[in-house]
Write a protein that binds this ligand. Structure first.
Ligand SMILES: [Zn+2]
Ligand SMILES: [Zn+2]
Length: 331
């Protein structure tokens, strides 16, 4: 029986010289690898360059780099791969927060494209992406494998011994993908599809602890079944370090992910950690650190002595819009 695992790599090589400037010759699709006949529009052609080294085996086992001529290879995209590029763009336009988190538009474009490529190479239909989370899941699971699947991964870096870059094409889309990469693709896809159905739900602090985050007081955090046990971090605090009365009894409890990170960033539990947490929860990127007397009196939820947790982090402080404006205003 033939399984996908032993599908041989099938690449065809044309018996001709490759001229990267000849727009009438057939070119490989840089993603799926199939032959795209000319003439080509110059705007759709990119010339890739190999590094001019190739690995050589000496004494039967030791590999070393050996200089070889730099190879220029022109590539293009077939119609369906060009459509995928547009789809990647549309997805990022639809979920701009994901793009902002990645930073650079071109890096974001490449990550989404590689993830879509990974699914297509296995013949898996792209599931519906209708939230930031769905897109982030896709990227987290599929991007890395997708970059190894692209045909142009063969054309950059050291040239392979015996390769005829520019004259090679996949016999059919993705037939250049070797078995080990296909195996990784299947693993990544299975993990991705599993993570999609593991929908996040609100997780309260573990039994036996105060019912809110000791700093911000939030009552629940969204987490999947796989991560539910790790969303609350245990902590023991002296209330007088976080706005409570001097000499008040230590409180054992838990903190949310954001407050946990804030404590890490501040280096200790205290006013700076509370400010870091407020800035993170209120999505303030830059704030004035010094001379804000109004903020000096900030109390953590634990220091208030309340037992009812907050639906919204820090809502025990009252008007959070006012707090945000104090933090944003220069001292
Ligand atoms: Zn293609
Ligand atoms: Zn918190």
């Amino acid at each position: 029986m033939t399984t996908a695992t032993d599908t041989p790599i099938t690449v065809v090589t044309l018996d001709r010289e490759h001229d990267p400037h000849d727009l009438s010759a057939p070119l490989a699709c840089r993603d799926c690898g199939i032959r795209v006949d000319g003439p080509h529009d110059r705007a759709n052609v990119e010339v890739l360059q190999s590094s001019g080294f190739r690995m050589e085996t000496i004494l039967g086992s030791v590999e070393r780099e050996r200089p070889s001529p730099i190879v220029h290879t022109a590539v293009t995209r077939c119609e369906s791969c060009a459509e995928r590029v547009s789809l990647a763009n549309e997805l990022l336009d639809q979920f701009p927060k994901v793009r902002l988190r990645i930073g650079s538009r071109s890096i974001a474009d490449a990550r989404v494209l590689n993830a879509l490529i990974a699914l297509d190479a296995l013949g898996v239909r792209l599931p519906k992406i209708d939230s930031d989370r769905e897109l982030v899941l896709l990227l987290n699971h599929m991007t890395r494998t997708g970059s190894a699947v692209r045909f142009d991964a063969r054309l950059t870096g050291p040239t392979r011994p015996g390769a005829a870059p520019g004259c090679e094409f996949s016999a059919a889309p993705w037939t250049h993908v070797p078995a080990d990469i296909r195996g990784k693709l299947r693993g990544a896809t299975a993990a991705y599809l599993k993570a999609r159905v593991d929908t996040p739900r609100p997780i309260a602090p573990p039994d036996g602890h105060p019912r809110g985050c000791l700093l911000c007081g939030v009552s629940t955090q969204l987490a999947t079944a796989a991560t539910a046990s790790t969303v609350w971090a245990r902590l023991s605090i002296s209330p007088d370090r976080v706005g409570g009365e001097r000499g008040a009894k230590r409180v054992n409890g838990v903190v949310c992910r954001i407050c946990d990170r804030a404590i890490d960033k501040a280096g200790s539990v205290g006013p700076s950690a509370m400010e870091e947490s407020l800035a993170a929860h209120l999505e303030i990127r830059e704030w004035a650190y010094l001379d804000r007397p109004e903020l000096h009196g900030v109390q953590s939820w634990a220091a208030t002595g309340r037992t009812k947790p907050n639906d919204i982090p820090w809502s025990h402080l009252g008007d959070l819009k006012h707090v945000a404006s104090l933090m944003r205003s220069p001292a």
